[in-house]
Design a protein around this ligand. Structure first.
Ligand code: SF4
Length: 293
């Protein structure tokens, strides 16, 4: 059976949504996030309806403790905006630099954001502190992100919108992330954001099987890509992915060569021909303990 169809069936009636009251919204950065000079991560939700099969967050202690299937629940941090005021004031008082990665353990523009608008409210509030904020990176795989173009503009050069697009192939996207938004919609949204003058990039993370057209297709939407694989940005050099059994999916679709650690070396020159130099995350993150979703 098509592994993509199996997964769609698994999450058909999911997730369960609930409002929660959090204690804080800015979390001190660590691991890979800190290595990239971010001082805080910001997650408006707990859990993620996109339910990517390779998502490392499901292996983290909080998700394990929950005891529910990843993608089957999403907690909405209904007091996020109130907390943001407090957390920013606290950081300022301590003289901390405020460089925020939104988000590391959820997607800030997952389906529920269209109604709840938690992320939008956070952005509006962050603009109240624009002089105190060094940088904000928006990390998402949702075309909903284009809704907030006018807010992004107000951040000037203090913002980067990073769209995760792991492949140019919808066929493979549906196998690995059947509940995530389609690639053409992501590309279209990112193109609009780029054309609005907002700094953007595509994060190929993790690299999935793709076609040779990938560079030309991606170049339509942005001038910058960053490449990551299961092992380039992974404290165990791919061990965690190995434990999750992702390799089996590659075997089922008869593409085991795409799972090999140096598979990215075939794609890198194709990307570099179109984009010039392409960063991989390898050097900075060899000891990271947190996967950039
Ligand atoms: S990889 Fe990102 S978008 Fe996918 S399930 Fe995990 S948090 Fe959500």
């Amino acid at each position: 059976m098509d592994p993509g169809k199996t997964r769609q069936k698994e999450v058909a009636n999911l997730p369960d949504y609930q409002n929660i009251v959090s204690k804080s919204i800015l979390t001190p950065a660590k691991g890979c996030v800190a290595h990239h000079s971010f001082t805080f991560s910001l997650n408006p939700y707990v859990g993620c309806a996109f339910a990517c099969k390779y998502c490392y967050v499901m292996e983290m202690p909080q998700a394990k403790f929950r005891g529910k299937e990843w993608g089957s629940y999403v907690d909405i941090k209904s007091n996020a905006n109130v907390l943001l005021d407090n957390d920013i004031r606290k950081a300022k008082k301590k003289g901390q630099r405020i460089s925020i990665f939104m988000s590391t353990a959820t997607d800030p523009y997952q389906w529920k954001e269209a109604k709840e608008r938690i992320t939008e409210a956070i952005l509006e509030n962050l603009l109240n502190f624009i002089n105190d904020i060094d940088f904000l990176m928006i990390h998402t795989r949702s075309p909903l992100v284009k809704r907030d173009i006018e807010l992004f503009k107000k951040f000037g050069d203090k913002i980067l919108v990073s769209m995760t697009i792991e492949t140019d192939s919808e066929k493979y996207r549906k196998i690995f992330t059947p509940s995530a938004p389609p690639i053409p919609a992501r590309l279209k949204a990112l193109k609009e954001i780029t054309e609005a003058g907002i700094p953007t990039r595509i994060s190929i993370s993790p690299m999935l099987p793709m076609t040779k057209k990938v560079a030309k297709v991606f170049k339509e939407a942005t001038d910058t890509v960053v490449l990551d694989t299961y092992s380039l940005c992974n404290g165990g050099s791919g061990d965690r992915t190995e434990q999750m059994g992702i390799k089996k999916i590659y075997e089922e679709i008869n593409l085991p060569q795409w799972y090999e650690k140096d598979a990215y070396k075939k794609i890198l020159p194709i990307l570099e021909k179109e984009f010039g130099h392409v960063n991989t995350i390898k050097d900075e993150c060899s000891k990271c303990s947190l996967f950039l979703t």
